[in-house]
Structure formats: structure tokens, C-alpha cells
Design a protein around this ligand. Structure first.
Ligand SMILES: NC(=O)c1ccc[n+]([C@@H]2O[C@H](COP(=O)([O-])OP(=O)(O)OC[C@H]3O[C@@H](n4cnc5c(N)ncnc54)[C@H](OP(=O)(O)O)[C@@H]3O)[C@@H](O)[C@H]2O)c1
Length: 387
């Protein structure tokens, strides 16, 4: 089976590429990569393999230079006759930014870029499966503190925390404009954080959130709100297993479900012993975010501001931040993540487990110890300005 994969240089796509490359029933893997030349595309893919010493077979792994935001992408792919053998497309590339500054780009890459790939896919005579990597969070912010089923999305009335999830929802709808139902597979990961294996995760996406919370120590979120978090190795294994499984459904959550659920209290408790030099974690109500932002802007406290009772943490912030503006940058970037954490959504994964037979994933508070040593290496400010 020849596969065309987008997003191979990313966090999840890189793992999917490694898992596919190890399978004997996978033939060529064409990887769409942003690069100025085929040579640069090849170097970028080579790096993906070298990160953990995986074998890079140049005869099987074929980089294709291309950008989802280029108008000519469809035409370029159509003209490349070597791609005609493609049987499976895995579309894992996306612009995953939560920042409003990038909204136009997010929309263009995630919706128009998808259309560009879909238009090309309709020309492929051998195509059997188009696997669209969506996100479970398309269910929106009105669902609170309960288990969510696949059938509940896409819901056009869902309210979105960030435009990114709106574009991912629209992406699911767009698939049907181009492909028949039998060719569509939608996989919806929940929140992918870190790697459950004892090595450097391919990317610090989401782990940035934990590194920031770990630095701040005063955390404005409900510590008991349920969180659906999975490791990147589980996400990749689940998606690749689904590709080869006898599937009974078109849409699957790739998620922790209730069996692997966690919460902020359990995750911070798991990392706390490794950072004794910092004040203990303290959870406060989300209403504190506004007070924290005001404090970071040097505004005098308002009467009744509860934040002022947290002197240990405020003194600690004065010590660690060169200026309060630095704290403001972190809080600004962290806010949408805190909003997601507060929702208490768990995504049912029984369809995935039933159809693939894979084991339930380890809860994040159990595997996160493998990422502890990488947390301090994350430049939280860089992550905040370049989300
Ligand atoms: N991480 C999560 O928690 C999570 C959860 C649910 C769903 N997902 C979904 O999983 C997929 C992968 O996410 P991720 O976390 O792996 O993101 P990521 O690490 O940011 O990787 C994104 C990938 O998309 C590529 N890409 C971005 N813009 C592109 C463009 N204009 N043209 C071509 N390629 C482009 C990137 O290429 P460059 O290397 O050139 O930037 C990179 O390979 C996405 O579809 C995302 O929506 C992720």
C-alpha cells in the first residue's frame, strides 16, 4: 500500500511516519514537506528519522516539496505522476496555532489547504482511504464535565474557544464535497502531550503548557476537571492500527476515554517531587486570571482581590520574572489552554478500542515522568510568542 502523508515533520505526523515505515505492508511513503527544494525536503525528512535513530530508506520514503497554502499545489501534485500509485492519504498537517494573530493563516492552511489536497485526491484511481486527522475538541465549549461521543460532532452550533477548532470542524465537512463515504476516515485525537517512552518528545507542543504551569505554580484552573490527554506514541499507534483495521465506523476518537483520564491535580502531583526548589502548586479559581493579568500590568490591587492573599507566589514571581511584562506574555498565551482545561471533557474511545483491539492508553499522570527532564529545557517565552 502506497501512502501520501502530510505533516511528517510535525509532532504527530513524525510518529505516524515512523510507525508506517516499520510496516512491511506499507510500500512507498510520499511525504509532503514545506521546503524550497527537493533536497531540502529530503533533509527535513531525514531529520525526522534521525531523531531517535530510525532507519531511513531513501527508496521508500519520498519527500515531495509543497506547501498547503500554495494555490498551485493541486496542479503540482496532479503533474507528479509518481504519486499516482497512492492508495491512502493521511492528512496530518495543519496550522495548530491558538493565537488570533494567525487566524487567517490557520483558516487558509486548514480549510483551503485541505481542499487543495482533496481536489488532487479525486484524480487518484487507486485511492481507497483518505484519513483526515481532525480534533476531538471540535465539539466546542458548551459541553461541560461529561463524556463526549463521536456522533455529537460536527455541530455547526458549537461555540469554539479558538478559530483553530472551527477550521478543523469545517475540514471534516469539506471532505464530503469531494469524497464518497466509503473513502473517508476521520480520526479525532484529544490532547496529545509528550511521549510515554523515555526519550525526548518530537515536539513540545502542549508540553509547553505544563512547563508554563510548572513555572507559574499558582494555577488558575479547576484541579479536578477531567482531562483527556494521550501520548504521541499512543495517538500514532491508534491511527495506524485504524488504517488497517476492519472498521465499523467513519469517525473515531483517539483519546484516553474514562479509563485513561487524568486531571491537573494528578499531573502536577506527578511532577512536583522533581522540582523541590519551587513553591508548591496552588490551584485557584479561574476568576484569578484577570487579577493576575492586572498584577502583571502593575495595576494596584482592587479591594477584595483574592490574588493578594497569595504572597508566597507573588514574591516568587517577583523573583523569577525580570519584568512583569514577561508574566503577561505567558498568561496571554496560556489563557486558551486554561479554558480548554476547565471544560472537563472526556472523549469516549470505545469505538477505537473495539475496532483495533489496542490497549487503553496510560493516563498522562503515569507516563509524564518520562518527560520531566525535558520540561525545564522548554523555553516557555519562545513557545508563548511563537505558538
Ligand atoms: N497536538 C495535539 O494535541 C493535537 C490534538 C488533536 C489533533 N491534532 C491534529 O494533529 C495534526 C498534527 O498536529 P501536531 O500536533 O503534530 O502539529 P505540529 O507539530 O504543529 O505539526 C504540524 C505539521 O503540519 C505541517 N504544516 C503546517 N503548515 C503547513 C503548510 N502550509 N504546508 C504544509 N505543511 C504544513 C508542519 O510542517 P512544518 O514542519 O513545515 O511546520 C508540520 O509538519 C493536526 O492536524 C492537528 O490538528 C493535534
Amino acid at each position: 500500500m502506497d501512502v501520501f502523508l502530510t505533516g511528517a515533520t510535525g509532532f504527530l505526523g513524525g510518529e505516524i511516519l515512523m510507525d508506517l515505515a516499520k510496516r512491511k505492508d506499507v510500500g512507498k511513503i510520499f511525504c509532503l514537506v514545506r521546503a524550497k527544494s527537493e533536497h531540502e525536503a529530503q533533509e527535513r525528512v531525514r531529520k525526522v528519522f534521525f531523531l531517535h535513530g530510525d532507519f531511513y530508506d531513501e527508496n521508500r520514503i519520498i519527500p515531495i516539496a509543497g506547501d498547503l497554502s500554495e494555490d498551485k499545489l493541486t496542479e503540482t501534485l496532479i503533474q507528479n505522476k509518481s504519486l499516482d500509485s497512492t492508495q491512502t492519504i493521511i492528512h496530518a498537517a495543519a496550522n495548530t496555532s491558538f493565537s488570533k494573530i494567525f487566524d487567517t493563516m490557520v483558516k487558509d492552511v486548514n480549510i483551503e489547504g485541505l481542499r487543495r489536497i482533496l481536489k488532487w485526491s479525486t484524480q487518484l484511481k487507486n485511492l481507497t482511504t483518505f484519513c483526515y486527522v481532525g480534533t476531538a475538541t471540535i465539539c466546542g465549549k458548551n459541553i461541560l464535565n461529561r463524556v463526549v461521543l463521536e456522533e455529537e460532532s460536527p455541530d455547526v452550533n458549537a461555540e469554539h474557544v479558538v478559530s483553530y477548532t472551527y477550521t478543523k470542524m469545517t475540514g471534516e465537512q469539506v471532505l464530503h464535497d469531494y469524497l464518497s463515504d466509503d473513502k473517508i476516515l476521520v480520526v479525532r485525537p484529544s490532547i496529545i502531550m509528550g511521549d510515554s517512552r523515555p526519550w525526548a518528545p518530537r515536539s513540545t507542543v502542549i508540553l509547553w503548557t505544563l512547563a508554563t504551569v510548572n513555572l507559574l505554580r499558582l494555577v488558575p484552573v479547576n484541579p479536578l476537571a477531567q482531562l483527556d490527554i494521550i501520548s504521541v506514541d499512543f495517538a500514532s499507534q491508534a491511527i495506524v492500527e485504524l488504517l488497517f483495521a476492519k472498521r465499523k465506523h467513519q469517525v473515531y476518537h483517539v483519546s484516553s476515554g474514562m479509563a485513561g483520564a487524568t486531571n491537573a491535580l494528578k499531573i502536577t502531583a506527578a511532577i512536583e517531587p522533581h522540582f523541590n526548589h519551587r513553591p508548591p502548586f496552588k490551584f485557584v479559581n479561574t476568576s484569578h486570571v484577570k487579577q493576575m493579568v492586572a498584577w502583571a500590568k502593575n495595576h494596584p490591587p482592587k479591594p477584595g482581590d483574592e490574588l493578594e492573599h497569595n504572597t508566597t507566589h507573588l514574591n516568587y514571581w517577583n523573583d523569577i520574572f525580570e519584568s512583569r511584562g514577561r508574566l503577561r506574555i505567558l498568561l496571554f498565551a496560556l489563557e486558551p489552554y486554561l479554558e480548554f482545561m476547565e471544560l472537563g471533557q472526556i472523549f469516549d474511545n470505545s469505538k477505537l478500542i473495539e475496532d483495533t483491539g489496542i490497549k487503553q492508553p496510560l493516563p498522562a499522570h503515569e507516563y509524564i515522568k518520562n518527560s520531566v527532564k525535558y520540561l525545564e529545557k522548554i523555553d516557555v517565552f519562545e513557545g508563548a510568542v511563537d505558538p
